[in-house]
Write a new protein. Structure first.
Lengths: 129, 129
C-alpha cells in the first residue's frame, strides 16, 4: 500500500489541474498484477488527498455530487500501489490492488468488457496483448 | 491493425455516450506489447469513426477544436489493435501499437511519467507491477 503524509498529499493535490467537469482530474485505474485497465473515474482535490493519505482509493461522483470509496458497500475496495500524473497534470494513473475480481458493478473484472468487433460486441475482459 | 467497415464504425459510434466536454468520450490508450498506459485523450463521434475505419488513432483536440491524428507531424502514429468501451459507454480503451517509443511530446514513452513519492516526484515511465 502506498500512503503519503497529509502535508505531502496536499502538496501533490495542489499541483494537479482540475480542468474536467466539477473540478476534477480523470483517473485511469490499472490493476497491479495483471496490468488490466479496470475503469475510468473522476477525482476532485479532496478525493486525491483522501486517496493519498489513506491508501484506499476515493473518487468524486459527478452524478451524486459526493465523495465515494470504491467498494464501500461491496467490500471490493481498491488499495493504492502507485500514483502517476501525466504531462499536463489533468489525468492520473492509479495502480491498484483490487480486493475482488470485480471492479465493475456489472460483475466483471473490468468496466471495459465490451469489445468492438466487425460483427458485433463481444463481452470479454480486456487484454492488451 | 483493426479496421471496421464504415457502416459498422458508425453503428459503434452512435452507441457511445459523448457526455464529456465538447461532446466527447474519454479515451485511455494502452500499448499492445507492454500493457503500459500511454495517455488519456478525448474523442468525439467523428474521431471514433475515423479511428475505426482507418485503424489509425484520431482524437479531438479540445484546445484547438479540431480532429487530429496522433503522430501526424512526428510520424509517431498509433495503430489500433483493439477497441473496448466501458459499462456506461462514456469511456473507451484503445489498445495500440505505438510507432515510436515516444507517445508523449515531452520525449517519454508514456505521458504518465510523473511518479508521486513521499519525498517528491520521480520521473520514470509507469509500470503496473
Amino acid at each position: 500500500m502506498m500512503r503519503l503524509s497529509e502535508e505531502r498529499a496536499r502538496e501533490v493535490a495542489e499541483k494537479l489541474n482540475y480542468r474536467w467537469p466539477d473540478g476534477t482530474v480523470v483517473a485511469v485505474v490499472q490493476e497491479y498484477k495483471s496490468g488490466r485497465v479496470l475503469m475510468v473515474a473522476s477525482m476532485n482535490k479532496e478525493a486525491v488527498i483522501k486517496t493519498l493519505t489513506t491508501g484506499i482509493v476515493h473518487y468524486w461522483s459527478k452524478s451524486r455530487k459526493e465523495l465515494w470509496v470504491k467498494g464501500a458497500t461491496s467490500g471490493h475496495i481498491q488499495v493504492l500501489e502507485r500514483f502517476y500524473h501525466d504531462c499536463d497534470s489533468d489525468s492520473v494513473l492509479l495502480v491498484v490492488r483490487q480486493a475482488s475480481l470485480m471492479a465493475c458493478h456489472e460483475g466483471y473484472h473490468s468496466c471495459f468488457h465490451y469489445k468492438v468487433e466487425e460483427d458485433g460486441i463481444e463481452v470479454e475482459e480486456p487484454k492488451y496483448q
